[in-house]
Design a protein around this ligand. Sequence first.
Ligand code: SAM
Length: 233
Amino acid sequence: GVWQARIVTLFPDAFPGVLGLSLTGKALQDGRWQLHTHDLRSFGVGKHRNVDDTPAGGGAGMVMRADVVGPAIEAAQRFARGRWPILYMSPRGRPFTQEMAKDLARCDGVTVLCGRFEGVDERVLEHFGVTEVSIGDYVLTGGEIAAQTVLDATVRLLPGVLGNVESTVEESHSNGLLEHPQFTRPALWEGHAIPDVLMSGNHAEIAKWREAESHRLTQRRRPDLWAAKTGKD
Ligand code: SAM
């Protein structure tokens, strides 16, 4: 079967969102991956289909109920096969990286839980062995944009999604470094020329220049990545 994403969310209308455009959207249309949503509202309790309640112990905001989120995850997991992690998008989670995207692309699919309000009852996370994943050290209103971020980074790595396979080998983070600068026509723009070496047709020289630029940028902008790559600072 094809790689599948199962999204558990209060806002299924947010999907496919930007994932329906360009490369990821074309791949979705072509059946190279599938996207399914599970609407948390339909698992709500009572006449009003409540999905949240006040936090135990008091405090601000609302918490998503275990007896709502749990059955929704179960519904999604009925489609799971092979290696299929359950992720919860969360600012407390493990920072998302290109390595994690590569690993997800090697799975058979993924279930992604999108939080709202103050998040979900902790017991659900423990019960299903959910992995918490963060897209950065800031707080979003909900997990939908975070889920789309993770899916975008993952889907473009699936076989046949990127036309030019080389571009995933060379791009930023794939080798632990930042990519070299890019240029295209016109050769002269507002008095700024494209570096001569790129117009020289000398592929060895071009490769050398790009590598040097990649190293220079990484050292200057991301000393953390440079140290991890080279063991120096
Ligand atoms: N009370 C939570 C906390 O302090 O950890 C924040 C809840 S946030 C307002 C609502 C939802 O947005 C979260 O449950 C999560 O799904 C999503 N979210 C917010 N920031 C995120 C981030 N940096 N990465 C991934 N998901 C995030």
